[in-house]
Write a protein that binds this ligand. Structure first.
Ligand SMILES: Cc1cc2nc3c(=O)[nH]c(=O)nc-3n(C[C@H](O)[C@H](O)[C@H](O)COP(=O)(O)OP(=O)(O)OC[C@H]3O[C@@H](n4cnc5c(N)ncnc54)[C@H](O)[C@@H]3O)c2cc1C
Length: 484
């Protein structure tokens, strides 16, 4: 017989860690299970290749079925927040209104969401990158925008004492040994552990079984099969992970919308070679974003961005001397990306042998959005005197959303306004999988905010007092009988 908890949370990324914290804080017995490993500040992989291999699903080499896009997602305690840039934006009114209209779900509105955003933001150290901290790449971005009369804005980042102007550790995307970046590993997870959370890392869930009074979670930890039980199970395995788990647990017959509506903000990177040294790798990789209402209306945004040498080498096609010559100019590279608010969704499904298949081909409307952004980048680089511009053929997907979208009816959505899977009240989802469409804005702060709301819904439903009382009593025996 496996252990019994009030709640099992599957996945320790932006959603799972927030839920684990608020539920533990209310006195519930919570178990957070995570397929990836737990790392400490002094044990993070010390080079890019090791980081990709150890911190991402399939070494960061997941791709769409047509191989047109590479998808990156974290497999580590802290999930995507360990390998992301931690740019934390609230949704604007355009995104909130679109979400509300598409889903019919009322909480996607300014007043309600602002309360949840504030609750999350109070738990994190947030800093807006100042001009004094800009690296050479950000300075060129600002110069180009200003020469063309385009509006720009500083980015807000979850960080604490990063000393942006002085360091060149280049490891923001592979854990943060300074413990500056506000990933879940330095924010919500340690707080949840203090509240009594049980964390099981390297526990990969294979199946969930929904019962009337409990949920069984079957998985494997270090080659040992294990089953855990809880009253309710919150799936927070990310858009791909949560959808995959529901598919492999046999829910597709009852949930026709399962796997529909997959979005990913496809990103296109352009690298300019400059005559002078730029040192884009120093300090914060990203400091500025476009703030032009025309770009928003056209469905794209531009960010100054950079990456470590291995990632940059993957962006350039070819090999041999010509590739080496390109890489030797690493310190002279400036980089801007266009991120598209993708309109046409893809689908997630299982192949006959049970593997997750990601069908997402760029449609004409999304290609037009990308081209509009790329043309702006060409103009910006021309304005700052770029010698040559390389537009990477590799399209990257970092913001993975949808597959279990939120809505009112089981015919066209997977979870309801209380975050319960339609027809299965003991199963809940509040992660990126429930997004009903692409917002065109960094997604993780809203994932945390909606997870804060989900924790409140669960506690209202469950009765905060009863959890607290029960948690202080010895209640294991009756619950275990219930499971048997
Ligand atoms: C390189 C990169 C840069 C990014 N930069 C930004 C940024 O600056 N700002 C921003 O807002 N967003 C950014 N993102 C996106 C952001 O990180 C994600 O949107 C966010 O982490 C998604 O949260 P989530 O809770 O839905 O899933 P995740 O954070 O992906 O967490 C899911 C967790 O579930 C685990 N899991 C999956 N399946 C199982 C299973 N079967 N059993 C057990 N555990 C499982 C995974 O290992 C993972 O840890 C970036 C992403 C990447 C890859």
């Amino acid at each position: 017989m496996g252990k019994f908890y009030d709640f099992i949370v599957i996945g320790s990324g932006a959603s799972g860690s927030v839920l684990a914290y608020y539920l533990s804080k209310a006195g519930a017995r919570v178990c957070l299970v995570e397929a990836g490993k737990s790392w400490q500040a002094d044990t993070w992989p010390d080079n890019e290749l090791e980081a990709n291999a150890n911190l991402m699903w399939n070494g960061g080499m997941d791709s769409t079925r047509d191989a047109g896009m590479v998808l990156l997602r974290g497999k580590v305690v802290g999930g995507g927040t360990i390998i992301n840039n931690c740019l934390l934006d609230r949704f604007d009114d355009i995104a909130l209104d679109d979400f509300r209209h598409k889903s019919g779900v009322d909480f996607y509105q300014r007043d309600t969401m602002d309360r949840h955003y504030s609750a999350i933001e109070q738990q994190l150290s947030l800093e807006t990158i100042q001009a004094s901290d800009w690296n050479g790449n950000a300075k060129l971005y600002a110069e180009g925008f200003d020469k063309l009369g385009l509006k720009r804005a500083p980015l807000r980042r979850g960080q604490h004492n990063c000393q942006n102007d002085r360091n060149d550790c280049i490891v923001c995307l592979g854990g943060c040994p300074r413990e500056s970046k506000q990933s879940m590993a330095v924010s919500f997870i340690p707080k949840a552990l203090k509240e009594g959370l049980t964390l099981l890392d390297q526990f990969q869930v294979h199946q969930v079984v929904h019962g009337k009074s409990h949920v069984a979670v079957h998985g494997e930890r270090q080659n040992n099969r294990q089953t855990l039980y809880s009253r309710k199970c919150i799936m927070a395995a990310g858009a791909l992970g949560s959808t995959d788990l529901l598919l492999r647990s046999g829910f597709s017959d009852q949930l026709p919308a399962l796997g529909q509506g997959f979005h990913c903000h496809p990103q296109f990177m352009s690298i300019a070679l400059m005559d002078e040294i730029v040192d884009s790798h120093k300090g914060a990789f990203q400091s500025l974003k476009s703030d032009d209402s025309r770009f928003r209306a056209q469905g794209f945004k531009l960010e100054n961005v950079f990456a470590g040498p291995i990632a940059v080498s993957l962006l350039k096609a070819g090999f041999g001397e010509q590739h080496q010559n390109f890489m030797q100019q690493y310190r002279r590279m400036a980089c801007i990306e266009v991120a598209v608010r993708d309109e046409v969704p893809g689908t997630l499904r299982h192949s006959r042998n049970g593997r997750l298949v990601i069908d997402k081909t760029l449609d004409d409307v999304d290609k037009q959005r990308a081209e509009a952004g790329l043309q702006q980048i060409r103009d910006i680089f021309a304005a700052v005197g770029a010698r040559e511009v390389m537009e990477s053929p590799l399209v990257i997907a970092l913001h993975l959303m949808g597959g279990c979208s939120i809505g009112q009816h089981a015919a066209d959505s997977v979870v309801n306004e209380q975050f319960q899977v339609h027809g299965f009240e003991n199963l809940l989802i509040a992660d990126g999988a429930i997004y009903p469409m692409a917002p065109g804005i960094n997604p993780s702060l809203t994932i945390m905010a909606q997870s804060h709301r989900a924790a409140k819904c669960i506690l209202n439903d469950f009765g905060e007092r009863s959890i607290t009382q029960e948690a202080t009593q010895s209640v294991a025996a009756p619950r275990l009988q219930e499971v048997v």
